[in-house]
Every structure is written in C-alpha cells, then in structure tokens.
Design a protein around this ligand. Sequence first.
Ligand code: FAD
Ligand code: NAI
Length: 456
Amino acid sequence: MEIFDLVVIGGGPGGYLAAERAGHAGLKTLVIEKREFGGVCLNEGCVPSKTFLNSAKVLDYANHAKNYGVSVEGKTSIDQKFVVERKNGVVKMLVSGVKAQLKRNKVKMVSGEAFIEGKVAEGYSIKVNGEQYVATRLIIATGSMPVVPPIEGLKQNVESGYVMTNREVLDLDYIPKTLTIIGGGVIGLEMASYFSSVGTQVTVVEMLNKIAGPTEDEVSKILQKSLEAKGVIFNLGAKVTKIEADGVVYEKDGKTQKIESEKVLLSIGRRAVTQGFGLENINVNLERGAIVTDEQMRTNVANVYAVGDVNGKVMLAHTAYREAEVAINTILGKKDAMRYNVIPSVIYTNPEVGSVGETEESAKAKGLDVKCVNIPLTYSGRYVAENTDLNGICKIVVNKKTNTLIGAHIIGSYAGEYIVAVSAMIDLEVDIENIKKLVFPHPTVCEIVREAIFQI
Ligand code: FAD
Ligand code: NAI
C-alpha cells in the first residue's frame, strides 16, 4: 500500500494536466488510466478529427486550385488508409509527449481501471490491477462517453458496426458512398465537413430547427449554407425514431421517412462517466448524471475534486485544462476560481467558427443593454486575398453600460486561432476605447475585430 498526496483517476486532458501541475508543485502524484493516456481528446476526439479535417482542407484547396492560378494535373483523390495512418502517427507522437511530460514532473503513471474502495484513515483507498493505493486527495477526471438513447434498433446496429460513434468513425479506413449523421452538433458538423469534402454524400438529421446548437443564429445559417454548397443535405426538425440495418427512420412534420445509407454516425451528445468505478462508495453527489462541483472544482466530499467532462459543465478540452489548474491551485492553497462565461468554442469545419461570450439574444434575455455590430470578413485584406468564398462575418456584442465587449461570433478562416484575443478582451473587461488603441498586425484576418470595434 503506497500513500500519495494526490491520485488522479483518468488520463485525459483534465487528468493529465492536473497530475502534471501537481507533480511540478512537488506533490507525490499518481495518475491512473484504463485505456490510453491523452483520453478522448488525443485518441478519439479533438486531435484525430483535426488531422482528418486538415486532409480535407488540403483536398479542398487542390480541388479549387485553379481559383488561385494553380493547375493540378489529373483527378484529385483521398487515400483514407493513409489519412488514418497519419492520424495514428500524430496521436502516437502527442501521447508520448504527454507521458514524457508526466515523467519529467515525477508523476507515477499506472495503466489499469481504477476502483474507489472507500474511505480509510489516511484518505481514500483505490484499487488498480489488484494493487492498493491511498489518496490523501482525489481528482476524478473520468471524462464522458457518447449518449446512446433507447431508440429502436440503435443498440444492435452500434454493436454490428453499422452505426459508428466518434471512436469508430475516426478509424474508418475507407470512404463510404453515403453517410447519415444523427445530430447536427459539433461532431456531426465537423464530420459532415470532412466526408462531404472527400466525396461522401452526407445527410444530417437534426432534431432542432437549426444546426450547431448554441451557435449564434446568423453564423449557424452561414455554416449550413457553406456545407450545403459542398453537397451536405440537412433534415432539420427531424427526430430519429428507428435504426434499420440499411438506414435511419425519422419523423418530420408528422410524417415518417427513411434515409438509406452505407454507414451511420451517431453524434447526439455525450454523458459523464460516473458509473462502475466505486464513486458511490464515497457518496459523491451527482446531478443529471454528472458530478456536482463548486468554483474550486470541489465535490461535496472533503478532498475529492472533479474536473473535465465528468462534471458535465462545458465539455471541451480547454475547459478541462483550466479546471485542472483551478483544482491544483486550490489544493496548494492558492486562491483561484473557475469562470465559465469566457470559454471560447471553435467548430473546425471549413469554414471554421470561433465564438465566445454572449450573443445578442442571450445578452438581451439577461436584460443587458447592448449594441451589436455585424460586418463581413471582406473588410480584411488578407481574408479577401486568401479566399474565393467570401461569406464570412464577424459579429460583436458590446455592453453599453460598461463599454466593454461581451461576445464575438466569427465564421471564416483562422477564426478558431484569434478568438482567444477577443476572450482576453472580454475576460479582462478592457474598455472599448482602450481596445481601439491596440495595434493589430496587418494584413491579418483578426483585424476584423478592430474594424468591428471602430464601427460601434
Ligand atoms: P477524457 O478525455 O474523456 O478522458 C477521461 C479518461 O479517463 C479516459 O481516457 C478514460 O479511459 C479514463 N477513465 C475513465 N474511467 C476510468 C477509470 N475507472 N480508471 C482509469 N481511467 C478511467 N474539445 C475541444 O476543446 N476541442 C475539440 O476540437 C474537440 N473535439 C472533439 C472531437 C470529438 C470527436 C469528441 C468526441 C470530443 C471532442 N472534444 C473537443 C471534447 C474533448 O475531447 C473533451 O472535452 C475532453 O477530452 C475532456 O477531457 P477529460 O479529461 O475530462 O476526459
Ligand atoms: P452536441 O451536443 O454538440 O450536438 C448534438 C446534437 O444532436 C444537437 O444539435 C441535438 O439537438 C441533436 N440531437 C439530439 N438527439 C437527437 C435525435 N434523437 N435525433 C436527431 N438529433 C438529435 O453533441 P456532439 O456533436 O455529440 O458532441 C459532443 C460534445 O463533444 C460537444 O458538445 C462538445 O462539447 C464536444 N466536441 C467539441 C468539438 C469542438 O470543440 N470543436 C468537436 C466535437 C465535439
């Protein structure tokens, strides 16, 4: 039996960063991972999907090369086996980087499924591979898994492999002729963008009347039009009721319809992993299946914290990172608190979307007096120089009372890279007059923020 200052269950972004920071601060730390270090993000989420999407972007460029005065000889095509192999190489490199970083910070890593046995005199008893470890403090970072609702035929068709989740689709080494995507949220849209670029006929079935859920309405419409221009068919306001061996049955406008396709992707949300590892043995409070945490990532149980998707707050890797840091700072006695109002979100479709903070609607619903500016990205010289589809926009939301930015919603090249600049302006509550004095490099697409600010 070995006693640790901190035991972290789960080696995804929340878990590995918490362990790394704790080790760096000198805490005797153990991190336990049952599948692969790097978690969903590195192995079957953020990183694999972005390697796929980059191959599609290269193909899109090649297919439209003539628009830039470049001729490509012969027919362009995608080698999906190569794309998957390249993805595996990228994942391997990054996972080994995570392990090296943990090792450098003297964190002990154990591969195996952790089970919480209960409270003991020195802390919490954790069993892995038959070994007992004692945690003075515990961080739960067990992440999330796809929601598989009780739709007729769904479970059998997931088991048969006809219906894929994010895990299987990112290992698919051939291009299906047809693909039905259930759910027009982030995973569905990124995969619709990829598969439509590489030649699959994609149909998205989405329950709501818009795609990309919380995304600002006009941005969501532009994204939909851009994907439609690539051949994606959207069935909105359509609820899936049954999965058959060759297609998806859904109800729309009171009528039952069916789409046949070679493969199906299920992407209708994710749920926290809170079962099967003894959480009940220490009586951690759950709400709607996720662990309840406060601003310091504490649970209701003394010295037990929960970070990342498992607390169900904002299921993004960068949220997990920051929550991990807040938990470690709290353990170290440093004042810190998690703030959720300025977490940027990016949809890595082509074109990509970057959003942060309030939309006009959400701000007004909170009773805020706001002024909004909506300008086309064609105000940016670099955007016009580098694109032929010029439909991008930048919308900003300003709080009139405080004269500060409270939201930005952008669709177009690099939006995901520079949205953080807007997050910083919002987070630091920089006065609009001071933002006007900032120098932006020229020509860049991020100059659009400066343009929008000057139009207030
Ligand atoms: P996870 O990454 O889920 O890691 C949890 C780990 O805990 C897993 O490795 C699991 O094996 C392990 N575990 C669970 N139970 C036990 C146990 N009992 N014992 C030991 N180990 C255990 N987010 C972004 O910010 N940007 C993106 O571009 C993005 N793209 C995504 C694309 C896809 C297809 C998906 C599915 C998700 C994407 N996400 C993205 C979300 C992101 O992957 C998650 O928010 C992030 O991985 C959460 O990190 P985590 O550490 O909480 O959990
Ligand atoms: P999501 O929550 O983004 O979207 C799910 C969509 O499915 C919603 O639009 C919902 O209305 C729809 N839906 C639900 N039930 C349905 C049904 N029965 N029939 C038809 N439509 C239905 O979930 P998704 O795409 O699975 O992604 C999970 C999470 O992973 C995201 O919420 C996000 O946190 C994370 N993620 C982040 C990415 C990024 O940051 N770029 C990329 C991919 C995933």
